[in-house]
Design a protein around this ligand. Structure first.
Ligand code: HEM
Ligand code: HEM
Length: 190
């Protein structure tokens, strides 16, 4: 698959030395959208329903669906670039990094997917960003509601904990080991 992609010198594509612009736009754009989701839900827990909280929470489902679409695109892009992106090596730390990234992908998919299944099962009509009609009103289906009722919140907080660990590791790479790993995703594409 990667053989059909253009030469790796382009700043848009990944190389074994660094991630390219497309990967970086997906990474940082999604990081911002995740921050939006967690700040909104954190404020909801801290403040209850205030106008500020409604501003965030009112977009929660639509931003979640956007994240679900983006993670599918990002996963496909990652697979297409597998042979050319920076490798983590076979050390224990390298394997842990691969496992950690795989867990992030799994949760980035499962957290919004379960919630969308619940929304569909709730029987309420849903228009994406109040614009694109996706579900019409339908009878409620408890079996579709139950998994997210149990798992959406806990798995979302687990995702946040993993992200905190991820950022912690990046800080170690950047400031303690100074091994150039952080610069593969941060700063100008060289
Ligand atoms: C990847 C994107 C998402 C993230 C990171 C996320 C995160 C969260 C978090 C942290 C909470 C608070 C849980 C608590 O109160 O302890 C929450 C609640 C909620 N989310 Fe999401 N969410 C995402 C996508 C979605 C989507 C797509 C929907 C709807 C289709 C949705 C609907 C809800 C609802 C209704 C609640 C309140 C009930 C509950 O806690 O399960 N979320 N979300
Ligand atoms: C301030 C926040 C963040 C920083 C500083 C950061 C930094 C980085 C860096 C430097 C890399 C490259 C590491 C390497 O070469 O192995 C990376 C990769 C990665 N990051 Fe982050 N990150 C942040 C937020 C996030 C968030 C919110 C997620 C997901 C929810 C995430 C998921 C990933 C994944 C899956 C990779 C592997 C490459 C890929 O498939 O895109 N990061 N991150």
């Amino acid at each position: 698959m990667s053989a059909s992609l253009p030469a790796t010198a382009s700043p848009w594509f990944d190389t074994p030395q660094r991630f390219g612009r497309i990967t970086r736009w997906l990474h940082w754009g999604m990081a911002l959208l995740f921050a939006w989701q967690f700040v909104g839900m954190g404020l909801r827990l801290a403040l209850g329903r205030t106008p500020l909280v409604s501003f965030f929470v009112g977009t929660h489902a639509s931003v979640g669906l956007l994240l679900l679409i983006l993670v599918l695109l990002r996963g496909a892009w990652g697979l297409a670039n597998r042979a050319r992106r920076p490798s983590h090596g076979d050390s224990l730390l390298g394997r842990a990094a691969r496992l950690g990234h795989a867990a992030l992908y799994l949760l980035m998919f499962v957290v919004p997917a379960l919630a969308l299944v619940r929304l569909y099962g709730s029987g309420r009509a849903f228009a994406w960003f109040n614009t694109v009609p996706l579900f019409a009103a339908s009878p409620k289906d408890e079996a579709l509601i139950a998994p997210a009722a149990l798992l959406h919140g806990p798995l979302a907080w687990l995702l946040l904990a993993l992200v905190a660990g991820h950022v912690g590791m990046v800080l170690l790479h950047r400031w303690l080991w100074r091994d150039g790993v952080a610069e593969r995703m941060i700063g100008r594409v060289r």
